[in-house]
Design a protein around this ligand. Structure first.
Ligand code: FAD
Length: 501
């Protein structure tokens, strides 16, 4: 492809969060001739959902998230397929970040990733039995061979003292494996910093995209700089809309049949945060609990040590909150009403009617005061002292609702591409940033298939992802997985491979 300067690049990416950062950099690595322009509305990159304070920073790998292994089958076994898929996807992310670190693209990885135990904590006889069955099923796979489980309160106290102190006697169990905390915002800024330094590539902040229309050879992207009230028009053969909560309004301007009937429903998030050093010093894990019945996957509460992106602190949540904004910093209360069209009103109404339990959960969450949040915290940390905790806002997830789903809500993340593959967008919310490298590869496979099939590009892909064409989940590749995982973790300064879950 030939570029005609920053206003006519080959590729435009809208949004400067972790999703666009991964995709833009991978595209450039796979085809160094591509001219790429990233347009970000905010003055600073990655300050919405990807920012460290707006998400939990969990490198989701299926170790501690009970929602990825939700129920037992007829034989009493826990199906672990989803946990394995998410582990494998996060492994891809780690390989890409290790490549970026090893080649000097992102500086010292300690600035955006660090090891932290991921712990699952349950109580009550049923949940203890479930955790034992889950542990047995996961441990049978080489991804999770080192995972440990105990129902001994003393051993759990050694892993996470705060969750045991003051706890009433009763059945309790926990499992643990080596996980990560990731500052996805910092990582996105570093990746895009590298991109901006490449010839033919531009990263523009302070430019809000407000229109997407067909041009003779691709798309016309219209953007406005509010500080100077200036408008610019870019033309590109391929556009990726990675604008997080801002994605749906942009797609609605493009007149794509694929977007008709799509609706977005925002769910705000809040955390309880503890900055008290004497408390923060005594917790060194991410401890996830069971997902409350009828709540979406974002409802799984967890008590986390956070160290990246700020001082050492504890964070508990998330709690859902009501909002009609699609973006935390630059959104407006009119975002939700402005997104309603005759074609998606029925989608929204049908979803509300079909998901009464979810609606009740969101209403109850939205009505919570500090007192009820502290009650939820004490389920995890019985001896928590009120004055050590304050409420802070987290990022907003815009849940995509599709007409074809007949009112069903899925909490996954998916790629929407136009029939001619000239525009793609990331829809959905969870597990989000952790699997965003896999999502970027899906976009490339769908919209730039030659980059994963012609010989030159394939050898570049293999340099980034060792064992690119191999499925590391199959038992025959267990030794290969160990080798690749060990090298990846060494480069990123994570736990040694024997410590893998
Ligand atoms: C409470 C909460 C907890 C989470 N916890 C985790 C977790 O522990 N682990 C995990 O992996 N994921 C987690 N996630 C999900 C994760 O944060 C997101 O999936 C991920 O950050 C999305 O990245 P993104 O680049 O798509 O969106 P964003 O980071 O939101 O980036 C979108 C960018 O687009 C820009 N933009 C918007 N509109 C426009 C426009 N019109 N023109 C130009 N630019 C525009 C925005 O300013 C923003 O910078 C969590 C999310 C939330 C809300």
């Amino acid at each position: 492809m030939a570029s005609g300067g920053p206003e006519s690049p080959d590729v435009v990416l809208v949004g400067g969060g972790i999703m666009s950062a991964n995709l833009a950099v991978l595209l450039r690595l796979l085809d160094p001739r591509l001219a790429i322009h990233v347009l970000e509305a905010a003055p600073v990159l990655a300050t919405e959902a990807s920012d460290a304070s707006n998400n939990a920073g969990t490198g989701h790998a299926g170790i501690c998230e009970l929602s990825y292994t939700p129920s037992r089958d007829a034989n009493g076994k826990v199906p672990v397929g989803r946990a394995l898929r998410i582990f494998a996807q996060f492994e891809r992310s780690l390989q890409f970040y290790a490549h970026a670190a090893a080649t000097g693209m992102v500086g010292d990885p300690a600035g955006f990733i660090r090891p932290v135990p991921h712990v699952c904590l349950v109580h009550g006889p049923e949940d203890v039995a479930f955790l034992a069955a889950r542990h047995e099923a996961l441990r049978a796979h080489h991804f999770f061979g080192e995972m440990r489980m105990t129902s001994d309160p003393g051993a759990i106290h050694a892993w996470a003292p705060l969750v045991m102190e003051g706890r009433k006697p009763g059945p309790v169990a926990a499992s643990t494996g080596e996980g990560t905390e990731v500052d996805f915002g910092e990582l996105a800024r570093r990746l895009l910093g590298w991109l901006a330094a490449q010839e033919g590539c531009t990263v523009s902040t302070g430019w809000k995209v407000d229109g997407l229309s067909r041009a003779p050879e691709g798309w016309r992207v219209s953007a406005r700089q509010s500080a100077t009230d200036t408008r610019r028009i870019l033309r590109a053969r391929f556009v990726f809309v990675g604008a997080g909560g801002g994605t749906l309004p942009i797609l609605q301007t493009a007149g794509l049949p694929e977007v008709r009937g799509l609706a977005g429903f925002p769910i705000g998030g809040q955390w309880l945060v503890c900055d008290e050093p004497s408390v923060a010093a005594r917790h060194a894990a991410k401890v996830y609990g069971a997902t409350p019945p009828s709540s979406p996957s974002l409802g799984a509460p967890h008590l986390d040590l956070r160290m990246l992106g700020g001082p050492r602190r504890l964070m508990f949540g998330p709690f859902a909150s009501w909002t009609t904004r699609f973006l935390r910093n630059s959104g407006a209360m009119t975002d939700l009403p402005a997104s309603i069209r005759p074609g998606n009103l029925a989608t929204l109404l049908r979803t509300a009617l079909r998901n009464r339990a979810l609606v009740r959960y969101l209403v109850a969450e939205g009505l919570q005061d500090m007192g009820s949040r502290l009650v939820a915290l004490r389920d995890f940390y019985p001896a928590a002292i009120d004055r050590h905790w304050r409420v802070v806002d987290a990022g907003i997830r815009v849940q995509t609702l599709r007409k074809e789903d007949g009112g069903a809500v899925s909490f996954g993340t998916e790629v929407l591409a136009s029939a001619d593959r000239s525009v793609a967008a990331l829809m959905g919310a969870s597990p989000g940033a952790s699997v965003s490298v896999g999502i970027a590869l899906d976009v490339i496979a769908t919209c730039f298939p030659r980059l994963l099939s012609d010989a030159g590009a394939l050898s570049r892909a293999r340099a980034i992802f060792p064992a690119f064409e191999k499925d590391l989940a199959v038992p025959a590749n267990a030794a290969l997985f160990q080798r690749v995982a060990r090298a990846t973790r060494e480069t990123l300064g994570l736990a040694p491979v024997d410590g893998i879950a």
